[in-house]
Design a protein around this ligand. Structure first.
Ligand SMILES: Cc1ncc(COP(=O)(O)O)c(C=O)c1O
Length: 374
């Protein structure tokens, strides 16, 4: 990968550390994982659950996932044949792409896009066709997607709630996706890692609400996002049996199996639905708290409907590029963010920065004080 540079998240986090800046750049919480969950990991380690788990993941956890998808989305997935535990969503995404994309296959990706999709598609010989999410609300123009679909289109990647913008797909979007891909063999890769981080009473438009789409889709989730434990790198993929068979052929040689005691701990923890069902309210409060604190700043707020990211438009403040301003803000004002331009493959500069609000009240207050001074 001669042209691949170091990820912006690593760059900005290092810059934040070097400048002792508050780090709202990378998407990780600065508060604690539930003590109950930590105690469960401890319990299973002491019980001796420390050797390889089955390649597919422990059945108890897959059963919990199956039950969750049935109760939340009305979708029935066979935990033996259609659910697999992965080393975070990143590995699930990688393996799903690697298992299905061949030389010269086309993949439609929406920009701005999470940074791991494109390099993986290219690594496997795929051709990326970019569709643009339209400002100011970052919605999909389905006519554009229609124009991009060809006989070589093998996959469309969707992500809702969306990183970096906090936008969400609506029912109309899912119906359009269904209409455009019906009677084709286009695979949908649906990145739903923020499924529980959705606000203002909106419904998460999972693929799993749509029986036609389910038949052609990989759906990817992340326990790191859901349980404030991004460092544990545990996630899952669900898909119909034919797609899962292909996934597993590869998965067995990528990681083979994932962290055993954490799988047992999460399986037990998930029996209480409230541990994930209350997450939307928890993060909505954080978003609202952050927005209230910065309401008198000169930044323009772009609504966030989900995830733990808030976009702020700085066009009323400076003409600098997003990258220059983000770097200057880190060095001079001691606050790190992510320029949204890095989520595009070429020169988009809309004067928008991404801030992660998965932070303690005190961190958010300090960050807001800085933003109000700029
Ligand atoms: C949209 C999206 N997909 C996937 C991931 C990766 O999740 P994990 O940490 O479980 O690998 C992230 C993490 O930031 C993300 O934002």
């Amino acid at each position: 990968m001669p042209k691949q540079e170091t990820s912006i998240f690593a760059v900005m986090s290092a810059l934040a550390l070097e400048n002792k800046a508050i780090n709202l750049s990378q998407g990780f919480p600065d508060f604690k994982v539930s003590t109950q969950l930590i105690n469960l990991v401890h319990k299973y380690m002491k019980k001796g659950k420390n050797q390889y788990a089955p390649m597919t993941g422990i059945p108890e956890l897959r059963e919990q996932i199956s039950q969750k998808f049935e109760s939340l989305y009305g979708a029935k997935y066979d935990f033996q044949k259609e659910i697999n535990i992965t080393a975070g969503a990143t590995q699930a995404l990688h393996t799903a792409i690697a298992a299905t994309i061949n030389e010269a296959d086309e993949v439609i990706v929406f920009e701005p896009s999470y940074d791991s999709y494109v390099p993986v598609i290219k690594m496997h010989g795929g051709i990326v066709k970019f569709a643009q999410l339209k400002l100011p609300d970052y919605h999909i123009e389905w006519d554009e997607v229609k124009m991009l679909i060809t006989s070589r289109t093998r996959m469309i990647i969707i992500n809702s709630p969306h990183n970096p913008t906090g936008s969400i797909l609506r029912e109309e979007d899912m119906k359009m996706l269904d209409k455009l891909t019906r009677n084709t063999d286009i695979i949908i890769l649906s990145d739903e890692v923020y499924e529980h981080l959705i606000f203002d009473g909106k419904r998460h438009e999972s693929i799993c609400h749509y029986p036609e789409l389910i038949q052609r889709s990989y759906v990817v989730g992340s326990f790191g996002k859901t349980f404030h434990a991004t460092g544990w790198k545990l996630g899952y993929v669900i898909a119909p049996e034919n797609l899962m068979e292909e996934f597993r052929k590869l998965h067995q040689f990528v990681v083979f199996a994932c962290n055993t005691p954490i799988q047992y701990a999460i399986a037990e923890y998930m029996t209480d639905k409230s541990v994930y069902m209350n997450l939307g309210h928890f993060y909505q409060d954080k978003r609202d708290q952050f927005l209230k604190l910065i309401k008198n700043s000169r930044f323009k707020i772009i609504p966030s409907y989900g995830t733990y990211f808030q976009l702020l438009d700085f066009s009323g403040i400076t003409d600098e590029t997003e990258i220059d301003f983000a770097i200057r803000m880190t060095k001079e004002y001691k606050l790190a963010s992510i320029p949204v331009s890095v989520f595009y493959h070429k020169n988009a500069d809309n004067k928008v920065l991404r801030f992660c609000f998965a932070k303690k009240e005190d961190t958010l207050k300090k960050a807001a004080e800085i933003l109000c001074k700029i």
